[in-house]
Design a binder for this molecule. Sequence first.
Ligand code: DC
Length: 253
Amino acid sequence: MRLTGAGLGLELAGSMADAAPSRTVPVITLDGLSGSGKSTLARRLAAALGWSYLDSGAWYRALTWAVLDQQADPKDEAACLDTLSHLTLDAKAGGEVLANGKSLGLALRTPAIDAAVSQVANHLAVRHELNQRMRALLDQEQVFGLVADGRDAGSVIFPDAALQVFVEVPLAVRAARRFEQYQQSGTEVTLHDIEQALAERDTCDLARGDAAPRLTARGRELKNQQHVEEAVGVLLSWVKELGYTPQPTQETS
Ligand code: DC
């Protein structure tokens, strides 16, 4: 991955690692409610910039998968923390989360995980530990820039991010998109059930105090109802305003 451009307090010497004892890795965050399309946009933006991508929701899902796999109670903070202490999490190029070195793929996108993940994400100690681990990605040599998405990626995980975006989409549009994803994965659900489940998750996410999805004071709002290409175009124009030139790599899988 290569870093291009200037203007974000960059102190990185690229491949000249010896000459760069301290490095400041630029970060862009995209937050929004469930189904707002922020992950698609963040992945595309990261690929366009040649930066790494962090899907923070996938990390919460991976932990939830492990909690359920051990038949632990997602509402039990100590049990979740214990599970987390035995779990290594990493981001593959392209953003997919690796849990104990394994890719969980669609196993992270089941209704069972959807139902339990908010409970796991409610535990403050769990959030604290996951936040630390996500921030530690910036210490990895191969990470020259990071696009992170989530609920509190800009407000809590990376408050110094160069660009913070809040992706805003009405509930009905988000439900229709999620319905299509479920259909593609062969999961049988109704649109009505999805809309209801999303509304419940919104309520849960919005009740999460500091970690509730919101437009930060420095943030920019993206009303993501247009085609994905157009939305990525808007994001890239904001990135360019900061002095960066897109330089995509092949690492988009
Ligand atoms: O974006 P998603 O639906 O994959 O997120 C899964 C869950 O994780 C969602 O219920 C909220 C939670 N989450 C969170 O609390 N904080 C984040 N930064 C990302 C996700």
